[in-house]
Design a protein around this ligand. Structure first.
Ligand SMILES: Cc1cc2nc3c(=O)[nH]c(=O)nc-3n(C[C@H](O)[C@H](O)[C@H](O)COP(=O)(O)O)c2cc1C
Ligand SMILES: C=C(O[C@@H]1CC(C(=O)O)=C[C@@H](OP(=O)(O)O)[C@H]1O)C(=O)O
Length: 390
């Protein structure tokens, strides 16, 4: 299974094409819309989210509520496009018209893609970079992820997530009794955090950052439960699922890294306090008494929950201006600002769940087949039994 996204932030729509989705799977637009709505929420977002009401439209690959096996095309309209039709037009403009409508950008924001993209592609108007580097694209990635979540759910695999820190404030309550509890409690929290005291402080920190014209980042966690042993493979570097997940997470806008299980903390402990001991019983088969390694050994799942943390830097567009250089005049200036989010960590935690879900679903289908849901189920169930008795 693979996907491509296309679309500009203020263009007409976001488009995602996913190829390799098994046939005969029940799929409704509502399955995708639920994830899109989750991504739009979260405390700290700017005015753009009041304009957009992200709803998917299926354009191919789904018929009467079921997948056909053909590529699935999904689109979400950008409601903001109506304010940008001229600026984002595709027809050529005279120089005079261009001056009037283009809202040319010549002042790069430190921390955004503006300057690097402009130099690389030769754009004197950095809007040509901004439009595609914008995290509006995460709408398209969430469409693919929501489809992946649906595939995983069909086989009893659940994905959840929580915010661990925002602006240096740590959640002191990160454990939960079931993934359903994690899903329900984080859904009820404006910052997707399990700790009510930390939630309050995080919201205050977001308010303060906004009042100061600043922005803040944080750390988010994604968990996947119900996985079989052996997704991914040790036999080739690019089959290692933990590596693919870390790469995918680091590709989310503003994400600067990802860790698996206890991650960087493993450097501080002796091996005896890192590696998860192996046990077996008739009911569960093989499992581990701890899960420090976050469900991975040798690039393969070991049957324990997959646990990944991702770190998001503070948002680059600041109302408190940072020093930069105008690419036309070469004069220094202090950036003047358009609207922006002051913290998108809660929204980004939803994006990360979906990005992880996609990588896991690809490995799942690689292992059990991609054509037909019922055949995949037979392969999966037979293998789960085999692994238990192994
Ligand atoms: C959900 C989400 C919302 C974001 N909102 C903004 C925003 O409003 N303003 C901004 O400058 N950056 C925002 N970003 C971050 C930028 O898109 C990102 O920093 C930029 O594309 C440069 O890429 P890099 O930070 O990965 O190097 C957001 C990121 C995410 C995941
Ligand atoms: C549109 C979304 O996020 C956007 C991501 C973003 C950026 O620079 O990454 C900048 C802002 O866009 P605008 O300049 O239109 O206000 C955010 O609103 C979205 O998440 O759907």
């Amino acid at each position: 299974m693979r996907f491509l996204t296309a679309g500009e932030s203020h263009g007409p729509q976001q488009t995602t094409i996913v190829e390799g989705v098994p046939a005969q799977m029940e799929l409704l637009e509502e399955d995708i819309n639920q994830e899109l709505a989750r991504r739009q929420g979260g405390y700290g977002r700017g005015r753009r989210m009041q304009i957009e009401k992200d709803k998917v439209k299926f354009l191919s690959g789904v018929r009467h509520g079921k997948t056909t096996g053909a590529p699935i095309t999904m689109v979400v309209e950008n409601d903001d496009f109506k304010h940008w039709e001229k600026i984002m037009g595709t027809e050529p403009l005279s120089e005079e018209e261009a001056e009037k409508v283009k809202r040319k950008i010549t002042r790069p924001r430190p921390g955004h893609a503006d300057l690097n993209g402009a130099i690389k592609y030769g754009h004197r108007d950095m809007r040509n970079v901004l439009e595609r580097s914008s995290a509006r694209e995460t709408t398209a990635r969430v469409m693919a992820g929501a489809l992946a979540k649906k595939i995983l759910k069909t086989f009893g695999i659940e994905v959840g997530g929580q915010v661990l820190t925002i602006g240096g404030i740590h959640s002191a309550q990160t454990s939960y009794s079931s993934i359903q509890e994690l899903q329900e409690k984080t859904e009820a929290s404006p910052v997707r955090c399990l700790d009510p005291e930390a939630e309050k402080q995080m919201m205050e920190a977001i308010d303060k950052a906004k009042a100061d014209g600043d922005s803040i980042g944080g750390v988010v966690q994604t968990v996947v439960e119900g996985l079989p042993v052996g997704l991914g493979s040790h036999v080739q570097y690019d089959h290692k699922l933990d590596g693919k997940i870390v790469g995918a997470v680091a590709s989310i806008n503003a994400f600067k890294g990802a860790e698996v299980g206890i991650g960087f903390e493993a450097a501080n402990r002796p091996g005896s306090q890192v590696h998860d001991e192996i046990v077996w019983d008739k009911e569960h088969g093989y499992y581990r008494s701890t899960n420090n390694l976050g469900g991975f050994e040798g690039g393969m799942t070991n049957g324990m929950p997959v646990v990944i943390q991702g770190v998001m830097k503070p948002i680059p567009t600041l109302y408190k201006p940072l020093q930069s250089v105008d690419i036309d005049s070469k004069e220094p200036f202090k950036a003047s600002i358009e609207r922006s989010d002051s913290c998108a960590v809660p929204a980004a935690s939803v994006v990360m769940e979906n990005v992880v879900a996609f990588e896991v679903a690809v490995s799942f289908l690689d292992m059990f087949g991609t054509d037909n849901v019922d055949r995949i189920r037979r392969n999966f169930e037979e293998y789960v039994q085999e692994a238990k008795e192994f």
